[in-house]
Design a protein around this ligand. Sequence first.
Ligand SMILES: Cc1cc2nc3c(=O)[nH]c(=O)nc-3n(C[C@H](O)[C@H](O)[C@H](O)COP(=O)(O)O)c2cc1C
Length: 331
Amino acid sequence: MEQQQWTRIVGAATRAPSIHNTQPWRFTASGDSLQVRTDPARALHALDRSGRQRIVSCGVAVEFAVVALRALGSTVDVEVLPDPADPDLLATLTVTGRQAVDTRAEELAAAIDARHTERAPFLPRAVPSEVLDRIQDTAGELRVWSKAIAGEDEEVTATFLVSRAEEIEQREPEYLEELQQWMRTDPAAADGIPVAAVPAEDPAVRPSNWLIRDFVVGSRPAGSHRGLDPDAPPPPVERPAVVLLGTDGDDRRDWVTAGRALGRVLLEATSSGLVASPLTQALDWPATRAQLRSRLSLIGHPQMLLRLGYPSEDRSPSTNRRPVSDVLTFD
Ligand SMILES: Cc1cc2nc3c(=O)[nH]c(=O)nc-3n(C[C@H](O)[C@H](O)[C@H](O)COP(=O)(O)O)c2cc1C
């Protein structure tokens, strides 16, 4: 592969979502291979002590690189954690040959650029069950399970744990300081979360049980997600599908694989006209993560809670990435 082609592939890989847009990855291209490593210097020590969400983020980048390679007509072999002595080397991708490019490969690659996290309210339109089935099949191809949070009991459990985790976070000075470090007021900043991508949580326009992460701490009045003005006419209620992705095990290999499945699910959802935003607060803390597992009687480990729905006209802006030259080296 030419250097120019690797630059293009890594450009696609870095469009991956990452926790707080930390972009915790590095790439080395050599001949027909691409190594994907995690960059521990970009770890979130308060929110993500184990590094799980950092590795999941890198797993998405692995999958976006695979999708971009397939759209160029390459067949690709992926080896996860190829060197036990080097755990930061998360995957090696090797181009093994050529194949005809089908429309599906092109659609998925186009979804890489079209996707971004959408935290604004969704349209009051339910996600059809066929789409949720497709998402389940997509994750299942990598042996990652997907469970729609359905029915009142499950919804109450999950929303309670998300709110509980938010409360814990608001009381953790280290968490708040770290969050502050990754918020960006300069819209041209190459990493972190631009304030414009985080719409204010206004109960008048967002009647939902599902709390998005409170990025601008203190902006949300206590209990605002339930505190609608009783005299105001009811606004349209968003009807997100909320999907939990999980794995049987919970080690580095499972995290990379969960990230790859998340990447596929997000592209599948985007190409079906959906948008998504992660709601991972309940998974940040071992206690709420364990409670989610036991109260939903899950066999295995939750890795990602995703809110999915149809976007309204007011799309939030997409976020920036560091230049490829900062993260790609040639061997
Ligand atoms: C593992 C992981 C966890 C995330 N958790 C949250 C979350 O709890 N709340 C949220 O609003 N966004 C969450 N995000 C989305 C990131 O903030 C987002 O991907 C990043 O800012 C880049 O923006 P983009 O997805 O629009 O490209 C998460 C992303 C990943 C990969």
